[in-house]
Design a protein around this ligand. Structure first.
Ligand code: 2BA
Length: 110
């Protein structure tokens, strides 16, 4: 058995969850925050059999769409510490999903 962690944009979560649920996958949704942009995103935990992992990833791919470039203002500090704080524009890629697949040693519902 595997546990899939999928970090998706909050905009995409409803579509991904609906399609996974339609295909009878169990899902837990966590409200999370990206460490870089400090914006809300959604982490889905999906426990599934090994031979269904590709189907899970295909659904996530289809519902999350292509990655796209956006420009965001990220904080920076210049000069002496604690003196000059500001933001600077930076282009980052968002969208799609970040997926980790891990082995599950034991799974029980009690
Ligand atoms: P954030 O950490 O808020 O990152 C948002 C986007 O900013 C990233 O998109 C990436 O394009 C860019 N980015 C992140 N760290 C960067 C850095 N140190 N320098 C320059 N640009 C950077 P994604 O790669 O699609 O990641 C989307 C979200 O997935 C991340 O949100 C984070 O919550 C999660 N994530 C991505 N990689 C991860 C990893 N290796 N471990 C755990 N979570 C991860």
């Amino acid at each position: 058995m595997k546990l899939v962690y999928a970090i998706v944009r909050t905009d995409n979560e409803d579509d991904v969850i609906a399609e996974l649920a339609k295909n009878h996958f169990g899902i837990t949704k966590l409200s999370t925050t990206g460490g870089f942009l400090k914006k809300g995103n959604t982490t889905l935990l999906i426990g599934t059999e090994d031979d269904q992992v590709d189907q899970v990833i295909d659904i996530i791919k289809k519902e999350c769409g292509q990655r796209q470039k956006i420009t965001v203002n990220v904080p920076y500090m210049s000069g002496a510490a604690m003196v000059n704080y500001g933001t600077m524009p930076m282009t980052v890629e968002i969208g799609g999903a970040t997926i980790f697949v891990t082995d599950v040693d034991r799974f029980e519902k009690i």
